[in-house]
Ligand binder design. Structure first.
Ligand code: PDD
Length: 278
């Protein structure tokens, strides 16, 4: 693979990042994952805007326009002949002697790589995901897309160890998110219920596209937190993310959702999302 690090395209074995990079030492870094379908990117502009917001929230001084990220993404896709998968972009505060005091004079580090991955045809689309719930012990600024991913990574691993596919994290009795996705349910009356954007969750790009589409089709969209019990009584449930697109959830803590199989509304939303992304 060819990767991009601080101005250079290099074979992955030749690329290096300082051990003093604040991304390495403090997770003082933000990232974006953009899907690639048929060699083209899905919602690049929205990812760029969210990156801009994440950088501003952490006070990382990085000139997005000057960085020419669109061209860098396209060039990396081209060099790796990527047809389907993702581009990962990370911007850290930069390199400095280890100190809890954030330096004001460092040069942000920029890393991009591609990962080939099937997104359109996945086993989970057919079978649906089984999730277990776990307390959400992440920090309270989940709206900033930082690289502090230890807890969700531990929870994903725990879920798989327990024979499930993923977690839905719970705080104050309601579901926040999946380990790397937004969580949604469709009630018996057809209404889509999803947690509103706030510092509790990442403001998903896929989530926003799905809500727009649902509203366009005349479906009721209710943005409020929902409980685990409500999810278990829902007609359908699904997650959204740049790489999962729209993936059905068929069980929560061992309780089947609906008839325990991916539902028609989820299927319709996924099909539409894929269609608009190509
Ligand atoms: N994760 N919530 C969390 C905690 C996430 O990590 C993600 C995405 C989402 C969905 O956001 P979007 O629709 O913009 O991808 C929600 C990416 C895919 C990842 O970390 O790989």
């Amino acid at each position: 693979r060819i990767v991009y690090v601080n101005g250079e395209f290099l074979p992955e074995d030749a690329a290096c990042l300082s051990v003093f990079d604040r991304g390495v030492l403090f997770a003082d870094a933000v990232y974006e994952v953009t899907a690639v379908v048929d060699g083209g990117m899905v919602d690049f502009e929205a990812h760029q805007q969210r990156l801009c917001r994440s950088l501003a929230e952490l006070g990382i001084d990085f000139d997005l326009r000057a960085a020419g990220l669109l061209e860098l993404h396209r060039e990396l896709i081209r060099r790796n002949a990527l047809n389907e998968g993702l581009v990962y972009l990370q911007v850290s505060r930069g390199v400095a002697d280890r100190s809890f005091l954030q330096p004001t004079t460092c040069q942000p580090s920029v890393v991009l790589f591609t990962q080939a991955q099937s997104l359109l045809e996945t086993a989970a689309t057919g079978t649906g995901l089984r999730v277990i719930t776990q307390p959400d012990l992440r920090w309270h600024r989940r709206d900033i897309k930082t690289t502090q991913l230890l807890y969700p990574s531990m929870m994903k691993t725990l879920a798989v160890e327990q024979g499930a596919d993923d977690v839905w994290m719970v705080e104050g009795g309601t579901v926040t998110e999946g380990s790397s996705s937004n969580a949604h349910i469709i009630r018996a009356d057809g209404a889509l219920v999803t947690r509103p954007t706030s510092p509790d969750i990442l403001h998903g790009i896929t989530r926003a596209a799905v809500l727009d589409y649902s509203r366009e089709t005349g479906a009721a969209v209710i943005e409020r937190p929902f409980t685990v019990a409500e999810a278990q009584q829902a007609r359908e449930a699904f997650i959204t993310s740049a790489t999962a697109f729209v993936t059905p959830v068929v069980a929560v803590d061992g309780v089947a959702i609906g008839d325990g199989r991916p539902g028609p509304a989820t299927h319709r939303i996924r099909s539409h999302y894929i269609q608009r992304s190509r």
